[in-house]
Write a protein that binds this ligand. Structure first.
Ligand code: PLP
Length: 404
């Protein structure tokens, strides 16, 4: 994705051309970037030869999941819907893990019937529910237990999941109890220890702390896990800071603490696979002048991209056509929705914009369209996948008629 002669292109396609045909707001993804991210991820962890299960909640577009499948990844799902989608995309059930704090009877039954690799469980009651279903079907079901390693991921508070006060996972005591209980189970086969401490992590220290806890537990427990599922969480840069996650350090730490156990490592990356593959193109409806700043009112709102409203995330905004004329007023980019949190960012220095101009909200491939809603009864945007010069409609724009 880049400017060619001041005009923004996704691979070989100009945004002018794209928006003329498909209107705005519009999600647009680059296949090339997706492929590059996946190949880099594999390369970065090549010493571990892990099973990579793409976190479907980060992007649940069927066409995108199909491409991800073709590039060799499995899936990490957190609902029956996501599991159905992963299977529909052709992902081998033996490459699918099912995570989540509370899976219902119907969800567990569906997972068991489809013989997925692992159900990662995080409450005693759910383990017993799985056992009950397995027994009634006279099956042996493979599961993992998600441990809460009590490590602060040092990320945005709202996306941290591995501290002791968080609802996720079980504490060490419960973990030991469950291992002992499952040693005797005829229908549930404990095969995996799983963790996931949060998202948008840059520092290796929380991961290292988590690995130390896992090491300590496995060495004490004398139980052979076939898999250790380390979750996802690797951070990506959203701003000009160009922060990068050091994969090499993480791999070294994993080998240092877990290498001796020879388990198959599983990762569940979402953001690091799709985050920077997508943009949201939006048209300026109006510009409202104000004393200290101008409100740039976009046709995309918090229903289309919820991350800023939900947890204060900041996405870079850039023009589709570059110019050198700057505005002397701060631009506050906002959506048209009746909520004060419906705003994207404030920019002190931005090129001069006018009504009907197009802008680009960057890095929305993860938790963008998958978190979108119909709030204010607004139809969800179309989604386009670009492959070189090829334009694939990954999802059609919702029609109002289907909503009302
Ligand atoms: C959300 C989630 C992931 C993916 O996290 P990213 O930060 O997008 O890599 C992985 N595993 C579990 C259990 C999750 O809930």
């Amino acid at each position: 994705m880049k400017y060619i002669k001041n005009k923004f292109f996704v691979e070989n396609v100009s945004l002018q051309k794209l928006t003329k045909k498909f209107d705005t707001p519009l999600y647009c993804y680059s296949y090339k970037k997706l492929k590059k991210n996946i190949n880099n991820f594999k390369l970065n962890f090549s010493k571990l030869n892990p099973l990579i299960c793409f976190s479907v909640k980060s992007n649940s577009n069927l066409k995108i999941i199909k491409e991800i499948k073709k590039l060799g990844l499995g899936a990490d799902v957190v609902s029956k819907g996501e599991l159905m989608l992963a299977i529909k995309a052709g992902i081998n059930p033996k490459k699918i893990v099912f995570s989540g704090v509370g899976k219902t009877y119907s969800e567990l039954k569906y997972a068991i019937e489809n013989k997925i690799l692992l159900i990662n469980s995080e409450t005693k009651s759910e383990v017993k529910e799985i056992e009950k279903i397995a027994k009634s079907k006279n099956k042996i079901v493979d599961i993992g237990i998600r441990l809460n390693p009590n490590t602060d991921a040092k990320t945005l508070n709202k996306i941290s999941t591995g501290k002791k006060g968080d609802k996720f996972g079980v504490n060490e005591k419960t973990f030991f109890e469950l291992v002992n209980y499952l040693k005797k189970s005829k229908h549930v086969n404990l095969r995996c220890l799983s963790v996931h401490i949060g998202s948008q992590i840059f520092d290796n220290k929380p991961y290292e702390k988590m690995l130390k806890v896992i090491d300590k537990i496995i060495s004490r427990i004398k139980f052979k896990f076939d898999y250790i599922d380390l979750g996802g969480g690797m951070g990506i840069s959203y701003g000009n800071d160009r922060k990068i996650f050091n994969y090499s350090n993480y791999q070294k730490s994993i080998l240092k603490y877990l290498g001796k156990y020879n388990n198959k490592i599983i990762f569940e990356p979402g953001r690091s696979i799709v985050g920077n593959t997508g943009i949201l193109i939006s048209k300026i409806i109006y510009i409202k002048e104000n004393k200290s700043k101008n409100f740039v009112i976009l046709d995309a709102g918090m229903n289309d991209l919820m991350r800023p409203a939900l947890y204060g995330a900041i996405h870079k905004i850039i023009p589709t056509i570059k110019s050198k004329k700057y505005s002397n007023k701060t631009y506050e980019f906002v959506g048209p929705i009746c909520e004060s949190t419906d705003k994207f960012s404030s920019n002190k220095k931005f090129q001069k914009l006018k009504e009907k101009d197009l802008i680009i909200i960057c890095d929305v491939g993860a938790y963008g369209s998958s978190l979108s809603s119909n709030y204010n009864l607004r139809p969800k945007p179309a989604e386009i996948l670009i492959k070189g010069s090829k334009i694939v409609i990954a999802k059609k724009r919702q029609k109002l008629i289907d909503l009302i």
